[in-house]
Write a protein that binds this ligand. Sequence first.
Ligand code: C2E
Ligand code: MG
Ligand code: MG
Length: 664
Amino acid sequence: MLSIQRFTLLIFVVVSVIFYALFTYYFFKQEEEMAAVIMKTLRNNIAETAYTVAKNTKNKESVITSRAALDRIAASNHFIKAILVLDDKDILLNTDPHCGMDALSLGDDEEKIPAKQLLKSKSLEQEIRFYEGKNAVKLTLVYVLEHEEIDAHFINNQIEFALYFGFIPIFIFLLVLWFIHFFVSIPLEKLRQFAYYHSKVPSAFKLKELEVIRYSMVDTFTRLESEKEELYLMARTDSLSGLANRNSLYEFVERLIAVSARNEDEFAFLFLDIDHFKSVNDSLGHNVGDELLKNIASIIKKTLRPNDFIARVGGDEFVLIIPEYKSYFELSNIIERIQAHLARPWVVQTHPIHINSSVGVAFYPKDATDYVSLMKHADIAMYEAKKLGRAQYHFFTEALNKSVQDTITLNKNMRQALHNGEYQLYYQPKVDILSGTIVGVEALLRWISPKKGIISPDVFIPLAEDNGFIVELGEWIVEEALSQCLEWKAKNIDINISINISIKQLQETNFAMNFIAKLEEKNVDPSQIDIEITEYILVDQHNESLNSLNLLHDKGISISLDDFGTGYSSLSYLKRFPIDYLKIDRSFMDDYDSEDGAIFIETIVKMGQTLHLKIIAEGVEKQTQLEYLKNIGCDQYQGYYYSKPLSVSDFEIFYKAMNLSSVS
Ligand code: C2E
Ligand code: MG
Ligand code: MG
């Protein structure tokens, strides 16, 4: 197939050849004619001159009298170099003395084509006839032709011809080629690319026809694109609420399942149904019902976070996908927030409406691993919520349901307990291994619930850390421990108190300043206070924790690293943080008599000694453990072997008894 450029080239070459042939023909014809005219003029001229010379000549000698006239003729005609008068082969007269017989071509006049004749002949001849008396005399008049002039005249013409019909067409040809390339080929290629790859829209073209094509192409593509988008949206959007529909939900969940399976993630699939929605439709009409659904959709959408997904899957049924939540407790907060928003009084087309919603929750992969089962299980859970009285949520797994409900109750009760004064600090002695004397106590929190008795901190501290309540609770603990320190000092119980501080507390701005302010307010000696932090603080990226610890340490408060060995501590962290004591986690004490366990404990002790840290062993329950610790050079210990954590009064009795026994 021919390209436009080649096609143009072909046309151009054909047209050029035809024109060139025509012009060449006319050029040579014209040259012929010109040569014929020159020849004719010269012949007329020579005939006339011969007649004039004959008339003025009486005898051969008097030929010389015509010299002036012949000189004039030779000078006035560029094509005549010299004029000679010959008597047979004798020169009687010569207007140019440099011209001899060799310049003549006598009798060499037989060329038929005038141009060739003119270009080839050296001279023209004419007979001069006159009578000398009665004798007829014949002389020959010769025009020696000036070939330089004649050649120049014709060659100039040929150069011009070559120029006009040779170079100029080539130049025009290249120009045309360039124009076609620039204004036609390139735009057409751009159009092709645009049509094929949907590449960027080409900017306006210079040629009208191409511009019209470009414009209509862009127009058509844009329309097709938006129609495609519209179709796509229509196929995936619920027309009433503008939310995603079942198709879209299916696609989203399938994708999320694939990603979650790869990353071993979990997500929550929520099925939300509006309670008694049918009665709104029946009593107020479908258009009010539709309006309400639109409002519900927009409220749920606003309540959710950008990563969450919502779809309307039936009349008053919605599915919500929540991929990120820190705990089931946080998830339950999200659900409660949505339900609370929906339970607000509504006014739709002047009708006040009050609605509630029931939510069923299933988890991927715990409850189901495919779309259909997730939908089914969330639906079952939702019916469970309806059965239990509506306006609530329910998890598909009964055990989870119970544990979330327990957490929620615990969260509420834990806060209430602080107001009710149900918390107490218990104190567990820390003992110097060599001397066997109490050097301090660790304050350990107890929740003494009137209903449930003593609740261990392991049950509620992680939740308090999760929901931030630890900050408020922690303030109470610090306050209480410092007051206890003062009280004991007054009672001559002059010992160090260790307070457990969680990471959330340390991250609070001004934690250290407030702590120091409290110390000063109560006039407690900072060297009597120790702070226990866990290893997780060391890897915390916030500088706040490190700054706080430095401030407290500078004040004279000692720092203990609690539960050592269970976290991620590295030597570099240990060096960066101002740590005085390492507390070997109690889990290691169980293994002290195995080879591996012993290596672990001994390594910690040695490392502590190298870093000039004191080592405290936690969870010492047996004398053999104590003996072992003594042998390896551990500094202090804590554990049931010496004493369980004790209430204030019990500790005071215990302390006095121990003091008495050591004195006696
Ligand atoms: P922890 O700071 O490592 O406290 C030591 C835990 O080991 C205490 O449990 C203590 O009763 C227990 N324990 C001590 N000696 C023995 C023993 O010989 N055998 C056994 N099996 N256990 C022993 P507790 O009091 O239940 O506290 C648990 C955790 O709760 C604490 O671990 C600490 O992380 C946290 N916690 C306790 N009180 C507070 C507090 O006031 N504030 C903060 N932030 N956390 C606290
Ligand atoms: Mg501790
Ligand atoms: Mg510990």
